[in-house]
Design a protein around this ligand. Structure first.
Ligand SMILES: [Zn+2]
Length: 136
């Protein structure tokens, strides 16, 4: 496997469990023990009730497309030039959080708002797995 050349996430104390879960092909979300709401991205305090008590639970991996763009024109020097056309999307998960991601596994022209999608995991390197979504 060649070295992954694109920008990579920098896990911190709050997000490290999320990225470990991706390595295991499990989509983990923080759930507040105070009010029960899921949150993403991970944070020390719940934005709804300010509780710092939380646990990590595996999400269903199911969601719907909220919004998206399709990148079709690379610019000179663009490290994503070999990927065009590709879709960058916001997916609403069943658990009530909105996640930035890519939609793969379909022609991006056929992506629609509300389209049902399911998580899939892209092992881009030995250390990094990215959660992406494909049509359900
Ligand atoms: Zn809460």
């Amino acid at each position: 496997m060649t070295a992954y050349q694109k920008p990579v996430p920098a896990p911190d104390a709050d997000s490290a469990p999320f990225w470990r879960g991706c390595r295991e092909h499990r989509l983990l979300l923080q759930q507040c023990k105070g009010c029960g709401k899921f949150r993403f991205p991970a944070a020390q305090f719940c934005p709804a009730c300010r509780s710092d008590a939380a646990e990590w639970l595996e999400a269903s991996g199911r969601g719907t497309v909220y919004s998206w763009i399709v990148v079709v024109h690379p610019v000179p020097g663009d490290i994503y030039r070999d990927d065009v056309p590709y879709a960058v999307a916001l997916v609403d998960l069943e658990e009530g959080v909105r996640m930035p991601t890519n939609i793969i596994g379909c022609d991006p022209r056929y992506i629609r708002a509300g389209m049902a999608v399911t998580v899939t995991f892209d092992d881009v390197s030995a250390e990094l797995t990215l959660p992406k979504f494909r049509p359900a």
